[in-house]
Design a protein around this ligand. Structure first.
Ligand code: GN1
Ligand code: MG
Length: 389
């Protein structure tokens, strides 16, 4: 693929001339990016740099060298990830394991490939103590916010299921927890109550309806507790846009965004994928009349996930598959609402009220899921009875 084609597809702007887009690179100068990139074993000289992807936490850039080689460069947000060195250790172990599985023919899914720094380490530190890494760009990958078809949903779920399955025998000690209590919904609920109590930006009155709904649904905060389920190595951030699908065939090709891969509960992965892939809209849709749970996409997700995860799940996990999406949707709504109350300090925001809109959208999706709860249960049962597709 030509350099300009890659840039224009992913940056959604006309192909830029050399470094013409630098004003959009946030707090970074051209010189800083070049200097950082030159500290990795990249092939050729960097020719273009573009902001890339839609992550809410890290900063990602697409680099293209003069020999046409694309890479992704990422700054790890160390306000969120307090121990980037251990995080990179997790990253290296997981990608090594998955690439071996691919080479041995156990999976059709590729994994991310780290490009080492000149000194052989997996990251470099920048001037302000930031941590940076480079990975090979995955060609032909499509990252979607909303699936365009049932097949997309199936493939995304198969890929995340396969990811859990391949990691079942990750050798060595457990991965470190890059963010402790990440999917502890109960502690997310307490953090929300604390934010509400302090209300440092005096925003609680604007969000009275959302706050009331959060309180009414408090029982969801304790429905899925880690301790009651098998601990597995899971992804923990399985939004649809964190799996690349092949741009022409639609097949799952690579699971990305590996910063929260750590010990956890399989149900959170399944639930978070449903949250983003069985919804009619993006997660921050401002017009809530457009937000609906999509039962047809849900059945594709159940089928795909059960296919990918093989025989890994225990009955206690299977029994909660239909409820997990509600729990994680509630958890995300709480996190967005908490961040809104605290003044938008965690998630990147694109506009004023963005976190409020995200929380409102997630609560709306939750309502729609609640209306479909019996149907979700029967979908899971019939997929289990039908067996592998
Ligand atoms: C963040 O970085 P990104 O966009 O993949 C967040 C997820 C949320 C998601 C919501 C480390 O993920 O937990 O589900 O935003 N990641 C972290 O869009 O908090
Ligand atoms: Mg992420």
């Amino acid at each position: 693929m030509q350099i300009n084609q890659i840039i224009s597809r992913f940056s959604r702007v006309d192909p830029p001339s050399l470094f013409s887009m630098m004003s959009r690179l946030k707090d970074l100068s051209t010189g800083e990016i070049l200097e950082l990139a030159s500290r990795f074993q990249v092939e050729g000289r960097i020719q273009t740099v573009e902001p890339f992807g839609n992550g809410n936490v890290n900063d990602t850039f697409l680099l293209i060298t003069d020999c046409g080689h694309p890479y992704t460069l990422q700054r790890i947000n160390h306000d969120v990830f307090k121990d980037p060195i251990s995080l990179m250790d997790n990253f290296a172990r997981v990608t090594q394991h998955l690439s071996q599985k691919f080479k041995d023919g156990h999976t059709s899914l590729q994994t991310l490939v780290l490009v080492p720094a000149l000194d052989g380490t997996s990251y470099v530190t920048g001037d302000q103590g930031n941590y940076w890494r480079v990975t090979e760009y995955v060609p032909n990958g499509l990252s979607l916010e909303v699936p365009q078809s049932r097949e997309h949903a199936y493939e995304a779920a198969r890929a995340f299921g396969d990811f859990q399955y391949q990691l079942r025998d990750l050798p060595g000690v457990a991965l470190i927890e890059t963010i402790p209590d990440f999917h502890n919904t109960e502690s997310r609920y307490h953090a929300f109550l604390q934010a509400l109590d302090k209300d440092p930006c005096q925003r609680a009155s604007e969000a009275a309806d959302l706050i009331a709904f959060a309180r009414e649904n408090e029982s969801l905060a304790t429905l899925i507790r880690y301790a009651n389920f098998p601990t597995r190595t899971v992804h923990n951030d399985t939004k649809l846009n964190n799996v690349l699908l092949h741009e022409t065939t639609g097949a799952g090709i690579c699971v990305v965004d590996l910063d929260t891969v750590m010990p956890g509960c399989a149900l959170h992965d399944f639930g978070d994928l449903v949250r983003t892939a069985a919804c009619s809209s993006e997660e921050d849709e401002p017009d809530i009349s457009k937000i609906h749970f999509l039962p047809d996409r849900f059945s594709a997700l159940v089928e795909g996930y059960l296919c990918g995860v093989c025989d890994l799940l225990e009955s206690v996990e299977v029994e909660h598959l239909a409820e997990a999406p509600q729990v994680i949707t509630y958890e995300l709504a709480l996190r967005f609402l908490t961040d809104f109350l605290l003044g938008d300090t965690y998630f990147k925001v694109k506009r004023s009220g963005h976190n409020f809109e995200r929380a409102r959208a997630q609560f709306q999706l939750l309502r729609s899921m609640q209306e479909h709860a019996p149907q979700m249960k029967s979908t899971v049962s019939s997929c289990l009875t039908a067996g592998p597709a």
